[in-house]
Ligand binder design. Structure first.
Ligand SMILES: [Zn+2]
Length: 143
């Protein structure tokens, strides 16, 4: 297996479904100035193959967005070579922002202050209900 040196202090985003790592990187981390490694198609006992993102330094992580993209993702926080925190994203039941309401007349499209909140409607199908207009909106990865 490809060897990448461990991270002293930073974040490892693990168990990303193979092929999704690049999308996550482009969506969330493309502006970072810190060293980042994206590993693709790594062997995984759990998933067959997976992607991993390793980032040095401290980063604010949008766990809601990660969970929206892929509910199986694990986020590991490492300080001084020790794992200090681990988050399993899971399916997000409430989301603030992160996606757009499907209703073209929804106030969230025209009012910059109206950040839509979404509540999960059908688990597993990523269908959410908008807090402003109650339009059902399905999260789409490529938006
Ligand atoms: Zn709406």
């Amino acid at each position: 297996m490809l060897e990448v040196k461990g991270i002293q202090t930073g974040i490892v985003i693990d168990h990303i479904k193979a092929g999704t790592g690049l999308i996550i990187f482009n969506k969330l981390f493309h502006t970072t100035k810190q060293p980042v490694v994206l590993l693709m198609n790594v062997n995984s006992k759990l998933l067959g193959t997976k992607d991993i993102i390793k980032m040095e330094g401290s980063h604010s992580i949008d766990v809601d967005m990660l969970g929206l993209i892929d509910e199986n993702i694990t986020v590991n926080f490492i300080e001084d070579n020790h794992l200090v925190k681990k988050i399993n994203t899971g399916i997000r039941t409430r989301i603030k922002g992160g996606m757009k309401c499907d209703n073209p007349r929804c106030i969230s499209h025209t009012d910059d202050c109206a950040i839509p909140e979404f509540t999960l409607v059908t688990e597993g199908k990523r269908m959410y209900s908008c807090s402003y207009c109650e339009e059902r909106t399905v999260f789409k990865l490529e938006d």
